[in-house]
Design a protein around this ligand. Structure first.
Ligand code: M6R
Length: 352
C-alpha cells in the first residue's frame, strides 16, 4: 500500500534514502577507495561508451555520459528510438542500455541493433530477470525496489548512483571525493526531503503559463528531468534547457507568467554562467526559483530558493532533483491530478 502517503509517487520520493542505501550496500570499499560490482565478474574496460535510453532514463544516460567523459573515456547518450533509425558506428564501444523496467521496446531494439553490429552490451536496470537483463552481455542492478508510480522518481536517483558506481568501477576507481559523496548521499537526500519548502513555492505558481528549467553540466539533465516530471504529472507546459541555450530562442517565451527554475550548484565557471542567464530572465520579470547549495550568488536574483547541502557536483545533481520532484508533485497535488497514473501514459512502454 501507500503507507499513509496520498500517492505512491510521494511514498517513492520518500523512499529514496533507503533505495540509495540499497544501491550502494556492499559495493563501495571506502578504505581501499574502490567499487566492487558483483554482477560484473570482470568489469568491462571500454575505450568508448554509448548509452541508449528513453525518457527519464535518457536523462540518467546524459548524466552517465558526462561521468565517463570526465574520466577521459569518450561517451555519448542517444535517445534509443533515434539510435535504431540511424545507428552510429558501434566500433569498440560498450553500448549501455539504461532502463528501469528492462522492458522498454525502443531501448531493447537499440541494444539489439548494437549487438548486431558486434558491440558488447550492458544493461543498467531495476528489474531482475527483465528482458534487458537476459539479452545483454553484462548487467548492473540499481536495486531501487519496485516503483509503482508511472512517473519515475526513486529509480532516477538510483540510476544516477549506479552510474557513479559503474564509472568508478570501470574508469576512475580511487576517486575518494566521489566515493565519500556517495556514502553521504542517502542522509543528504533525507535532509532535503525533511526541510523542503517546495510545496509552499509550488503553491504560488499554480496559474503559471509555463515553466522553464535551466542548468549546465551535470545539472542540465536534471533540468530536463524536472521539466519532464512536471509535464507528466501536472499536464502543464514545461521545458528544460541547457542554461546557455535560453538566449538562443526560448527567452522569447519568458514573461512574468513563466517561472524559471534554475539549478546552480558549486561556485565554478558553470555556476557563474548560469547566474548570468538568471540575470537575463530576471530582467524580463520572470519569477526565479533557484535550486542551489548557496555557493554562487544566484540567491540575489531569485524570488525563492530551494536549498540543498554543499556537496560533490555528482551528488548535488541528485539532491537538486529531489527538490524538483517535490515541486512537480505538490503542483500536481494542488491541481488535483491523477499523479500515480497520468493520462495517456504507461509504466513500461513495450511498443516502438
Ligand atoms: O523503464 P524505462 O526506464 O526504460 O522507461 C523509460 C521511460 O518510458 C520512462 O522513464 C518514462 O519517461 C517515465 N514515465 C518517466 O517518468
Amino acid at each position: 500500500g501507500k503507507s499513509g502517503y496520498d500517492h505512491f509517487m510521494l511514498k517513492e520520493i520518500h523512499e529514496q534514502p533507503r533505495a540509495l542505501r540499497q544501491c550502494l550496500r556492499g559495493r563501495v570499499d571506502e578504505l581501499g577507495g574502490t567499487v566492487e560490482l558483483d554482477e560484473l565478474d570482470e568489469p568491462p574496460r571500454p575505450t568508448a561508451v554509448q548509452f541508449v535510453a528513453c525518457g527519464t532514463s535518457y536523462h540518467a544516460a546524459l548524466y552517465g555520459a558526462q561521468l565517463f567523459q570526465d574520466a577521459g573515456i569518450p561517451a555519448q547518450a542517444f535517445l534509443a528510438s533515434e539510435y535504431v533509425t540511424s545507428p552510429p558506428p558501434a566500433g569498440e564501444a560498450l553500448v549501455v542500455g539504461v532502463t528501469q523496467s528492462g522492458e522498454t521496446a525502443d531501448t531493447l531494439s537499440a541494444l539489439r541493433e548494437a549487438k548486431g553490429r558486434g558491440a558488447r552490451t550492458l544493461a543498467l536496470t531495476n528489474v531482475v530477470g527483465s528482458t534487458v537483463s537476459r539479452e545483454c552481455d553484462h548487467v548492473i542492478y540499481i536495486r531501487a525496489g519496485p516503483e509503482i508510480g508511472v512517473a519515475a522518481s526513486k529509480t532516477f536517483a538510483s540510476q544516477l548512483a549506479a552510474l557513479n558506481l559503474f564509472a568508478l568501477a570501470t574508469a576512475n576507481g580511487g576517486d575518494r571525493d566521489a566515493l565519500g559523496a556517495l556514502r553521504d548521499l542517502p542522509s543528504e537526500v533525507q535532509a532535503v526531503i525533511d526541510d523542503s519548502t517546495a510545496a509552499a513555492v509550488a503553491e504560488e505558481y499554480l496559474d503559471a503559463e509555463g515553466y522553464f528549467f535551466i542548468g549546465r553540466g551535470l545539472n542540465y539533465p536534471v533540468a530536463l528531468e524536472g521539466a519532464l516530471k512536471l509535464k507528466e504529472i501536472t499536464y502543464r507546459h514545461a521545458e528544460g534547457f541547457a542554461a546557455g541555450e535560453l538566449k538562443h530562442g526560448p527567452l522569447a517565451l519568458v514573461t512574468e507568467n513563466t517561472p524559471v527554475i534554475a539549478i546552480a550548484t558549486g561556485d565554478d565557471e558553470l555556476a557563474r554562467k548560469t547566474v548570468g542567464n538568471v540575470k537575463e530572465v530576471e530582467a524580463r520579470n520572470a519569477p526565479v526559483i533557484a535550486v542551489t547549495d548557496g555557493q554562487s550568488d544566484i540567491e540575489r536574483y531569485a524570488d525563492h530558493v530551494l536549498p540543498i547541502p554543499e556537496t560533490h557536483p555528482r551528488t548535488a545533481a541528485v539532491l537538486a532533483n529531489v527538490q524538483l520532484q517535490l515541486f512537480a508533485y505538490h503542483t500536481a497535488a494542488r491541481l488535483g491530478r491523477s499523479i500515480d497514473k497520468p493520462r495517456n501514459l504507461a509504466k513500461s512502454v513495450t511498443v516502438e
